[in-house]
Design a protein around this ligand. Sequence first.
Ligand code: KIV
Length: 264
Amino acid sequence: MTKISVSRLAKMKQENEKITCITAYDASFAAIFDQAGIQVLLIGDSLGMVLQGHDSTLPVTVDDIQYHTQSVARSASNALIISDLPFMSYATPQQSYQNAAILMRAGANMVKLEGGAWLAESVKGLVERGIPVCGHLGLTPQSVNVFGGYKVQGREDDQADLLIRDALMLEKSGIQLLVLECVPVPLAARVSKALQIPVIGIGAGSETDGQILVMHDAFGISAGFCPKFSKNFLIETGDIRSAVALYKEQVENGSFPSSEHSFY
Ligand code: KIV
């Protein structure tokens, strides 16, 4: 298998092939996901919640993401590796360049940042400096205090129109992938059609170009809360490798996410 590139992901969108992504934080799980043919591994700042036990992603540092990126990169040879720039590590373009460089040196192939049009200068600057960028819109967990909780975004027409404008602006600035989190299915479908680049959904229905889940949610082992949009693939299969294969199969054949995992 050859290493997945951003152009391969773009081609998958053109050919209507669904992209399967999952978070990974260590070498052992990264190897399992990589061998299963998962195209994208995300070292998400969700590690603050599922590994460290915080109630938000805000305490996560660049050092944390660097450490877990190094672990994942050592064992994932095929999947594209994306690392999250954590809260306040890209507040200015200069900060985004410095911190993205740390994550790329740790083994990332792309960095992800949360937010809309205000990121245009950083995105353009990162891409000009050789760093591929993934955007993240909708429920952006680093802004949980602004939203007043983990709530579905884009339900109102003006919110939905703003999200589409942000997505187009980020694409124009140079992002090559977009994560769309917790938005109603029709809005996710609109965004996926409006953009040339692949749109990866989480809690955004089945009409996006691919799906991502936090691995602990996909195995039903998150402490406490399991989001409505997730599914426990382990309970159906009883074995981690089979659970990963089932997740990939259901993303590819469009049966996950179903309406019970989606917002309208
Ligand atoms: O941090 C993370 O795991 C993420 C996913 C939820 C997309 O950003």
